[in-house]
Design a protein around this ligand. Sequence first.
Ligand code: CP
Length: 309
Amino acid sequence: MADLSVKNLLGIADLTSDDIHLILETADTFKEVINRPIKKVPSLRDITIANLFFENSTRTRLSFELAEKRLSADVVNFSASSSSVNKGETLIDTVNNILSMKVDMVVMRHPHPGAGVFLSRNVNSVFVNAGDGTHEHPTQALLDAYSMREKYGDLSGKRVVIIGDIVHSRVALSNIYCLQKLGAEVAVCGPSTLLPVHIDALGVKVFNVLEDALSWCDIANMLRIQMERQDQSLFPSLREYAMRFGLTQEKLDALNKEITIMHPGPINRGVEITSEVADGPHSIILPQVENGVAVRMAVLYLLASQINR
Ligand code: CP
């Protein structure tokens, strides 16, 4: 099997399109594995992985842990809220102490953009970024691409719009890089206050009217308003936001085509998307979560194959 061009997965920006295709094709194999009655392979036996979560997570944390266990890795979980970080220990000291217990790989979620890059330059291990602040969430973009590819096959020329709080979103940036490397056309849509200035420099189309974006796209990826990352009000009210940018069945019915609906989760039902749409026939929100395990198995397997044992 070919190797990835990277030793760590810090962001999609570092991957080649060949790397992305290799991860998605490897995930096909693991998706078949996790649908067997015995959902486990010995691929990472004798590899120990630490999951370091300095920020809340449901999907990513459990998905990585399941992926690791289904590859037969030994797993330790670290939650910042119950750790000695609260006694003032630095990130480098924390990780070096964990690594001295013969840990081979580190999966880390951290609120600060660039935390994974910083660690990879200062600590000797293999790192997977499970989301770093507003920067990147590479495995989310890979599982999103996998889920789109599962539905459409080749993504060349497919039109994907990412809608909502783009300025605070690591999912948006990783998706833009990933989809463009796979040949898709990408757009963003939201109120101007939730779009980064110069976002068009990334080669994306920009919409400020939801209905225009929906008319243009094949796939709509809805994002949550990240209130926890906002220290000022960037729109008048959630009610007004939901009226202008919330995805409802009425807005979908007004299109003379079907589009696929995605969301990385967690969902704020009734704000960026109604329950009727989130749970409707064109939503692939739960398949995205299911695919996350296979995609993360592929990432861990490919990175671990470069560890000298
Ligand atoms: N999509 C995602 O990253 O969800 P969690 O924050 O629950 O991990």
